[in-house]
Design a protein around this ligand. Sequence first.
Ligand code: PEP
Length: 255
Amino acid sequence: MNKAVRKAVIAGNWKMNKTPAETTEIINAMKPLVKDADCSVVLCVPYVDIHAALTAAEGSNIEIGAENCHWEKSGAYTGEISADMLTAMGVKYVITGHSERRQYFGETDITVNKRTLAAVNAGLTAIVCVGETLEQREQGITGELVAMQTKIALGGISKEQLNKIIIAYEPVWAIGTGKTATADQAEEVCAVIRETIAKVYDNEAAEALTIQYGGSMNAANADELVSKVNVDGGLIGGASLKAEDFSIIVKAASK
Ligand code: PEP
């Protein structure tokens, strides 16, 4: 495996946090701290914060993403936002299949696939989240489960379109809990995801794909996690709400 061919991506997931005014404040504080990053820097923010985020990030190396998108282009889907609406605003990334959406909003592998296809077809880069619950880890089915989630999420995505895909391995038991997977656990599952891509596509596709770890990654543990050969950066929840902490993670991924 050649980590050097892949550029790491550090993406924040703000979840349901921050107003537009607070968005401007955080991004203004982050800009000078991450300006020398040797990795991609992305902030996925609530829909209502996108305009403020794009404005504050203009001219910087921070790119803006959304936290979800619908699979239809338009129509009678009250409360939903389409991928085309996001690209029209200047958004470049979108998270699909976050475990909080799977857990609280009935997201399934099938709807994750539909959202991922819509995102890629609209020109967005989809950050596709996969990961096991604690129960599933204890059952010893993590590898199989994550491989299956990955295959279903990428159904209909061509090899050429994989440059618009990032997979985020996020063990559900580590999200927002302060419990982080060990670097070896993260590496093991990210390697399974890469092997799955090699089987479904080919080795070249697997080598090129960015695979992140997410789950309580913070300023203290990022270094060790992102040093692993199959871990190409991170999806960061809580620590992405603090400019200083986020910038330390960005620096770790820039080494
Ligand atoms: C996430 O929301 O994707 C996440 C990893 O959250 P946290 O870093 O807070 O665990």
